[in-house]
Design a protein around this ligand. Structure first.
Ligand code: SF4
Length: 320
């Protein structure tokens, strides 16, 4: 095969991974799931059988070339990330590809939907990575079928068992990602069940996401901010480190000297309690008028949880 530039993309800025060089090791839209919120649209080719798609030498050469280009332009690459337009663990060569890419000395990340983790070989492959993100939208059968629309050859119980097995032996950074969709998996019961599962899985970071890009199904909508705030707190009771993943790649937590920018970047990652906002305003010598303005302009949302007022960044659906 000629070097296929479409196999590699970036480096692109990623809030989770810094500068990430993406590896598209699966042909477009080949997946084990057909999620209602998938950005790839409806025409997913579903399969559960692993197979070889590209030669590992071609992936290696394409990555080497991109690294050279990045070095020349002094571009930074923090991670080589398997994040295809499909499910990366369907690639039977994933393990050998990770092995061969380690020559670069750059850490390797894999963003998987978790559906094949019950297979020993898949866990063995993922074990080689430095950073692995598992999708866990629901641990309840009906909601799982509704939101992820899995291939008929998959079973939720096996998947959850596989994820737990993986978490006990994986020495890299374990991340989870939970997409919350309005009226599908946004009940306290559903979110509580996922949180209970995560308390056993013990990820380094759990991300909460909402559909903000055009989904496969128009009716897959983000829940209200109040529900997202609630989900954040339910997760936080069980998991040490919870963050929003809203698609915002801005300068989260960087001190900008601009209190409005600080409030917007912090609330994009997690809700801020009123007293925390007060302290930030006091430090910057500004008053509450800034927050009122953000609320009036629909850029910030005020909501309550556990007797406290919280502020969240307003999630906006992206048009492109
Ligand atoms: S797992 Fe990812 S690629 Fe597959 S259908 Fe779901 S969102 Fe799309």
């Amino acid at each position: 095969m000629e070097e296929n530039e479409s196999i590699i993309f970036g480096p692109v800025p990623s809030r989770r991974l810094g500068h990430s060089l993406g590896i598209n090791n699966i042909p477009p839209k080949v997946c084990t799931y057909s999620c209602i919120y998938c950005q790839l649209g409806k025409a997913i080719k579903m399969q559960v059988k692993r197979q070889s798609f590209y030669r590992k030498e071609d992936i290696q050469r394409a990555v080497r070339n991109k690294i050279k280009v990045a070095e020349k332009s002094r571009g930074k690459i923090d991670y080589l990330t398997f994040v295809p337009d499909g499910e990366p663990t369907l690639d039977i060569n994933l393990g050998p590809e990770i092995d061969i890419l380690k020559e670069s000395g750059i850490p390797i990340a894999v963003i998987t939907n978790n559906s094949l983790i019950w297979q020993d070989e898949v866990r063995k492959d993922l074990m080689k990575a430095d950073w692995v993100s598992l999708k866990i939208d629901s641990v309840e059968e009906e909601a799982w079928r509704h939101i992820n629309r899995p291939h008929k050859g998959l079973g939720l119980e096996l998947i959850l068992e596989g994820a737990l097995k993986f978490s006990t032996s994986f020495s890299g950074k374990l991340i989870t990602e939970t997409m919350i969709v309005k009226n599908i998996n946004d009940t306290d019961r559903n979110i509580g069940m996922v949180a209970d599962f995560l308390s056993m899985l013990k990820p380094d970071i759990s991300y909460l996401a909402v559909p903000i890009r055009p989904p496969a199904e128009k009716w897959a909508q983000p829940p209200d901010e109040k529900v997202i705030n609630h989900a954040y707190h339910i997760f936080s009771e069980k998991v040490d480190h919870v963050e929003y993943l809203t698609g915002y790649e801005g300068n989260a937590f960087a001190f900008s000297g601009n209190v409005e920018a600080d409030i917007m970047s912090i609330t994009a990652v997690h809700p801020m309690r009123k007293d925390a906002v007060d302290i930030l305003l006091e430090r910057s010598g500004m008053d509450w008028g800034i927050v009122d303005n953000l609320l009036e302009n629909d850029r910030l949302i005020e909501t309550e949880y556990g007797g406290h007022k919280f502020y969240l960044r307003k999630f906006k659906r992206q048009d492109t």
